[in-house]
Structure formats: C-alpha cells, structure tokens
Design a protein around this ligand. Structure first.
Ligand code: ADP
Length: 373
C-alpha cells in the first residue's frame, strides 16, 4: 500500500485516483504528524511526501521515519514545488530508495518511479522473509542435529552395558565348553562370540563419533614402536581372515610419539576395509615409509576401488559409496574417525584409487608430537 502525505485534499484526491487507476492500494495523511502515526501502525511499500506542508514539513517527516525500524525499507518519493537539494535526498537513507519529483509532475514519470519503488520494496521484503525463514530453518536443524548427537551418545552408552555382560557370558561358556565333544555347540558359541565382538566394535565407533562431536575424544601420548604395532596388528587381522595374504613392507624399527591404540585403530580400519572391499583379490600390502620428519603408513588392496569424484568425500561422517551400500554393510563412520585421529596427530589421511583396480589408503604424521604426558 502507498501512503500519500499532502496537506491539500485536492492534491491527495487527484493523486489517489491516478494511482488507483493503475491498481495500487492507497492511503492518505493530511499532515506530517498524521503520516507518522499511520507509518507507525502500518507497513507501506512507498511514501509519497509533499515537501511544503504547514507544521512538520516533508523533510522532517522523512528524518523521523529514519528512526522507525519498521519503515527502514520503505522508499520515499518527495513531491516539491521547487528543486530539492540533491545532497539532502542522498543523506543518511539506509536501505529503501529515496527520490523526488517536481510539481507539476509528468504523470508518466511519476508512475514509472512509483512502479520501480514498489517493486524494489516488494523484492526487499521478499528477501527479508526468505532470510528469516532460512535462519529459522538453520536454527531448527542445529537443534535437531544436537538432539541426534545426544541420542547417539545415550544409545551407545546404553547398548554397551548389556553387550559387555553378554560378552562375558559367551567367554565363560567358551571356557566351560573347551572340553565339549559336541563340535556344533562350540561352533555356534564361537559364531555368537564373533557377532558380539562385531557389535561391540560398532558401539565403540558410535561412542567415538559422539566423543569427537563433543570434543571429548581423549588421547594418551607416549613413545612406542610403530613397527611392532603394525606387526602385531597384521598378525591379528591375518588370524581372523586366514584366506587373505597381508604383507608388511618398507622401513622397520620406527619409533614414534603418539597414541598407539588410536593409531592401531586407524590401521585396523584401513585393513578391515581393504578386506571388506576386495572380495575377489586376497592380496593386501601394508607399507611404511620413513622420511626425515614424518612417517607414512599405507594399506593397498586390489579390490573394487573408488571413482575419483567420490574420493574426496570418503572421510566425511556417514559417507558411503551408494552403489556398494547394499552389497557391503557398514555405517560410514570408520574413515571419519580415522581422519580425526590422524588430524589430532597433526597429520593427514588420503586415498589413491582406481575403480576395478583397487585402493591405497594412507596416513602421514610428523614423527614428533608436541603433547607427551
Ligand atoms: P563403512 O565401511 O562402514 O561404510 P568407512 O567410513 O570405513 O565406512 O568407509 C566409507 C566408505 O568408503 C565405504 O562405505 C566404502 O564405500 C568406501 N571405502 C572404504 N574403504 C574402501 C576400500 N578399501 N575400497 C573401496 N571402497 C572403500
């Protein structure tokens, strides 16, 4: 709606008729004071202000409007019998436009200006509404995200307690059945134990995720032998996957400062992925390369590989390659945790891969770490 402010009723009436003919909604005020009251209570898309009025003149009204946040975006068009000092009209007006037209005015020019200002106001208004809506949605998403993180944290803690006791009972049963002749019972208990271990690993990963999200993933820094850790890890994984041939290559006798268990977790993750994603080729290499101030550990498989455009996303939380998601089970959190662990060691994770040929996942970390306790 457009507000016409003019002390002369005949001027208001003719302007009103003219604008209404062009389908604009119009309101009127006969003085500066009345205009201010109306502007305070209503939202106008344009204010057409007569400059010469008894009492408050058009400029004073415009100055006062500046203080109203509600009318800050409303453009003002001055109507004046004399030329307005341009300095005045460019002074201090923030968002909405401001312009003037001298009387007697050319109706076509007036209409053009009214239409332009009206459109400007509508667009500004629409943008404002979109911005408010988006801000609201972002806030809502943040709240939901926080609730989801809290849920993961609580759920994984809750899952852990019954899992730990089940694990204990299975271990007890395994010991009791050591001399058992019935092989089927032994096999089933062994399988149940294996599945419980897998569940336990999943819960551990979920717990790590919520610790990373809340910045509470703790590290224990100390000097250790990377070579011994790798040897032991390769041995353990090889025992669990006897059909795979995992070979350790490269520099030996590497001492490192870092969190041994966490780095082992990264290697285990790379290795179990290498096994999982190469069902048809059972060769895997673990390689260490030592340079002056950093060490690189890489795990190479000859499995399904990953296309180049997806490689940058692999270390993101919950990312899984969609086309393989049904064939291979997983949650898409292992590599995210690896990247965080390596990042905390001031290092980087990376991947080189070709679809159908295989992948090399690696991490590089500096040999000295700042925080040793
Ligand atoms: P998960 O294996 O549980 O889905 P990860 O975070 O460990 O989660 O891996 C993320 C994704 O990266 C996997 O879903 C898989 O698509 C891809 N990926 C990881 N390692 C390999 C690999 N060695 N070969 C092919 N794809 C892999």
């Amino acid at each position: 709606m457009i507000l016409i402010v003019d002390d002369k009723p005949e001027n208001r009436i003719s302007l009103r008729k003219f604008l209404e003919k062009s389908n604009f909604e119009v309101d009127e005020a006969g003085s500066g004071e009345e205009a201010l009251k109306k502007i305070y209570n209503n939202l106008y898309s344009l204010i057409i202000l007569d400059v010469q009025m008894p009492g408050m003149d058009g400029f004073e009204v415009a100055e006062t409007i500046l203080g109203y946040s509600k009318a800050a975006d409303t453009p003002i068009l001055f109507l004046s019998a004399v030329n307005i000092d341009k300095e005045f009209i460019t002074r201090g007006y923030r968002a909405g436009g401001v312009d003037y037209i001298t009387k007697p005015f050319d109706p076509d020019i007036l209409l053009l200006k009214v239409k332009t200002f009206n459109r400007l106001f509508e667009q500004t208004h629409e943008l404002k509404e979109i911005k408010e809506k988006l801000t609201g949605e972002i806030e809502q998403r943040k709240v939901l995200e926080k609730k989801k993180d809290e849920f993961i944290s609580i759920a994984s803690h809750e899952l852990r307690t019954p899992l730990t006791s089940m694990r204990g009972y299975i271990q007890l049963l395994e010991r009791m059945l050591a001399k058992e002749k019935n092989e089927a019972i032994k096999t089933y208990i062994g399988k149940a134990g294996y599945q419980i271990n897998k569940l336990n690993e999943l819960v551990d990963d979920l717990l790590d995720i919520s610790r990373i999200d809340s910045g509470k993933l703790e590290f224990k820094w100390k000097a250790f032998s990377l070579s011994d850790m790798l040897k032991q890890t390769v041995e353990n994984i090889s025992q669990m996957h006897r059909d795979y041939n995992i070979e350790l290559k490269g520099d030996t006798d590497i001492e490192l400062i870092g969190d041994e268990l966490r780095l082992e977790q990264v290697v285990v993750n790379f290795l179990t992925n290498a096994i999982k994603y190469s069902p048809n080729n059972k060769e895997i290499f673990v390689k260490t390369t030592l340079s002056k101030d950093q060490v690189k550990v890489s795990v190479t498989d000859y499995g399904i590989g990953i296309s180049p455009e997806l490689q940058t996303k692999l270390f993101e939380k919950f990312f899984r390659v969609e086309e393989n998601a049904v064939r291979f089970q997983g949650l898409g959190i292992g590599l995210f945790i690896c990247a965080d662990i390596i990042h905390r060691h001031r290092g980087t994770c990376g991947v080189e891969s070709e679809p159908g040929k295989g992948s090399t996942f690696f991490f590089k970390i500096p040999r000295d770490q700042p925080s040793v306790s």
